[in-house]
Design a protein around this ligand. Structure first.
Ligand code: UD1
Ligand code: CA
Length: 467
């Protein structure tokens, strides 16, 4: 049987008080609508149609070609939104999953289980429900005596008895596709909000003798619909718990899960320990037995086994096995460390490739550089890579030693095993094995210290105002 999905993502989301389109707000680093699309696609829906509204280019740009789009010019309600897909899907036989783009925690396995119940029971519609202690804001699911669903009543249209019902509509459903589009023809906007409610078709089915099932999830997180920032923060917390829980079960130690922020699409090897305050963003792959944090902020990077990253920022970079980064280092895009490298405190790297065993231990900037093996870059070294217009490359050969407080004015090559003396400003290439010294020679003036001090003292006494 053909399986299709419709994702409702055209609503403005006024209550978010945001210039950003509601379903593009991220939960654990991923826009809500993308969570939902991934869930329906993982639940084996062959076609996914996303209903978008004005200002929804962002959704189309973000999701690209993996779904089809239909424009809902005016947002007249969820029923009206689904109706917009009639031209694309109306003639299909099969089952259609409808999901709201603002329910980011709905799980593929739940959609699959709901589809199973739907198909085996021969229902015209199956509603994903949940039981909330505080159901306010959600549509209430009214059951008939035989346990099937009688109707769904929106919060604003509830009688006091209906408002007391705790079973809510999560906004996820399966429908017989043909019956869905036929029933939508009968939906009116005669209700408290003057909208065409998708939920009204449940009552329409029931009246025409069709069966409507309810599938109640016990994972309340799945049911959360994000209408404002309070719910967004709650969705973030619930998603974070879910992600952290999976990593914990997979053998990752997280010292304080409530204060560890791991986004979706992150891989972490077993026996890695993550200390509090760390943010690990999407696209990051961390090996086994690493030490991450406290307060590591890592994005879209790859970290080898047994590496350490403490109090540091790592963005679009690669850290080889057993290398250490931090505390207080900043690895900007294109930083690539081999194995056993050391990047110490207050070091910034950018587009810098360091081969195995090289060290930049303190207070340096290494940008646009190719650094060989076992190179020592001393404290305060700066690659002078920018003349205000162009970026230039610094190349440093294997086993070279660059002393403290050296400026390497790029483009420049320091040969294998070369030695650059501390304090030098190097403007010419240094051949392999040579020593470079590029600084003023020192002059010592015998006994001059006292003389210069008394001169300075006299100057102070003559000029400083009394206080
Ligand atoms: C909806 C349900 C409610 C359910 C809740 C679950 C209806 C009438 N009510 O209420 O029973 O408990 O979800 O979270 O369906 N949208 C459009 N076009 C529109 C209107 C809405 O695409 O014209 C989209 C929104 O972008 C959103 C989704 O549909 O993603 C739900 O709309 P929303 O206004 O948030 O509905 P709720 O009031 O939360
Ligand atoms: Ca909603």
């Amino acid at each position: 049987m053909k399986q299709m999905a419709i994702v409702l993502a055209a609503g403005q989301g006024k209550r978010m008080k945001s210039k950003l389109y509601k379903v593009m707000h991220a939960v654990c680093g991923k826009p809500m609508v993308e969570h939902v699309v991934e869930a329906v696609q993982a639940a084996a829906c062959d076609r996914t149609v996303v209903i978008v509204g004005h200002g929804a280019e962002a959704v189309q740009t973000h999701l690209g070609g993996k779904v089809e789009y239909v424009m809902q010019e005016q947002q007249l309600g969820t029923g009206h939104a689904v109706m917009q897909a009639r031209e694309l899907l109306g003639q299909e036989d099969g089952v259609t999953v409808v999901v709201c783009g603002d329910t980011p925690l709905v799980k593929p396995e739940t959609i699959t289980a709901m589809l199973e119940l739907h198909k085996s029971s021969g229902a015209a519609a199956t509603v994903l429900t949940a039981s909330f202690d505080q159901p306010a804001g959600y549509g209430r699911v009214i059951r008939a005596e035989d346990g099937t669903v009688q109707c769904i009543v929106e919060d604003k249209d509830c009688t006091p008895e209906q408002a007391a019902v705790r079973e809510i509509n999560t906004g996820t459903y399966c429908f017989d596709n043909r019956k869905l589009f036929a029933a939508l023809e009968q939906v009116t906007n005669d209700n408290a909000q003057g909208e065409y409610y998708l939920t009204d078709i449940i009552g329409i089915f029931k009246q025409s003798g069709d069966v409507v099932q309810g599938y109640c999830t016990t994972d309340l997180a799945e049911a959360i619909g994000v209408n404002d920032r309070v719910a967004l923060a709650e969705a973030e917390r619930l998603m974070r718990n879910r992600i952290n829980h999976e990593h914990l079960l997979a053998g990752v130690s997280i010292i304080d899960p409530a204060n560890t922020y791991i986004e979706n699409n992150v891989q972490i090897g077993s026996d890695t320990i993550i200390y509090p305050g760390s943010i690990i963003r999407r696209g990051t792959i961390i090996g086994e037995a690493c030490i991450i944090g406290p307060q590591a902020d890592i994005a879209n990077s790859t970290i080898g086994d047994r590496a350490t990253v403490k109090y540091s920022t790592v963005n679009e970079s690669v850290i080889g096995e057993e290398s250490t980064v931090g505390p207080y280092a900043n690895l900007r895009p294109g930083s690539v460390l081999g194995r056993h490298c050391k990047i110490g405190d207050f070091v910034e790297l950018k587009n810098a490739v360091l081969d195995d065993g090289s060290k930049v231990s303190h207070l340096s900037y290494v940008g646009d550089a190719r650094v060989g093996k076992e190179v020592n870059i001393g404290c305060g070294v700066v690659t002078v890579n920018y003349d205000g217009f162009n970026k230039a490359l610094t190349e440093i050969g294997d086993h070279a030693f660059v002393g403290s407080n050296v400026n390497l004015v790029a483009p420049i090559k320091i040969g294998d095993g070369a030695y650059v003396v501390a304090g030098s400003t190097v403007t010419k290439d240094v051949p392999a094995g040579d020593m470079a010294i590029a600084r003023e020679r020192q002059v010592n003036k015998a006994g001059y210290a006292e003389k210069i001090k008394s001169k300075a003292k006299a100057k102070k006494n003559n000029s400083s105002p009394k206080n």
